[in-house]
Design a protein around this ligand. Structure first.
Ligand SMILES: [Zn+2]
Length: 194
């Protein structure tokens, strides 16, 4: 167990180093902050307008590891996500465009090595596509707003949906419930009719 922990720490260190060396910013920050540093102009947690950009444009907007998963349909190493053993209450957003994807109360321990959820925030959160790669037939999940690759959905999840959304943590941005609520109230004050 100790050996595994050391290994994981080393891998985490390597990942951090990679992130720093590719980041435009000189100081190390989380993925979400990285997005802000890169001036991701399409990132919004309130704008529901569809985002339709080419890979070259995404490359300029996204941190390297987010681009690799979201646009190249990559997969992060299992058990590498900071969200794997993460139990804060709040909302998970698409790291590419800010679209709300999952609430923490639909997150569960699937043991599969990736953050898992049984239900998305809304029907519009996710696009479903058949994926026949790697000799399997799976259902790919993509962001409903920007079509970023998120992961896959399987039929072996818990009730009430029986679904298991197996999602790459790299393409998730998390915001604690309290902070989101504060922003929501501020927004409501700006637009009293809503
Ligand atoms: Zn998105």
């Amino acid at each position: 167990m100790k050996v595994l922990k050391t290994y994981l720490l080393l891998m985490a260190g390597a990942a951090l180093f990679q992130q720093c060396s590719f980041s435009q910013s000189s100081h190390s920050k989380t993925d979400a902050m990285d997005n802000k540093d890169k001036k991701n102009t399409v990132y919004s947690r309130t704008d529901t307008t569809k985002v339709n950009l080419g890979d070259e444009e995404w490359k300029k907007l996204l941190p390297k590891e987010v681009y690799y998963i979201a646009r190249m349909k990559g997969t992060e190493r299992p058990w590498s996500s900071k969200f794997e053993n993460f139990y804060e209450k709040g909302t998970y957003y698409c790291a590419a465009c800010g679209n709300p994807l999952f609430k923490s109360d639909t997150k569960f321990d699937s043991g599969c090595g990736w953050p898992s959820f049984y239900e998305p925030v809304s029907k519009e959160s996710i696009i479903y596509t058949e994926d026949r790669s790697h000799g399997m037939v799976r259902t790919e999940t993509q962001c409903g707003r920007c079509e970023a690759h998120l992961g896959h959905v399987f039929n072996d999840g818990p009730p009430p949906t029986g679904l298991r959304y197996c999602i790459n943590g790299v393409v998730l941005d998390f915001e604690k419930a309290q902070e989101a609520e504060k922003k929501y109230n501020e927004k409501k004050q700006e637009k009293p009719n809503q």
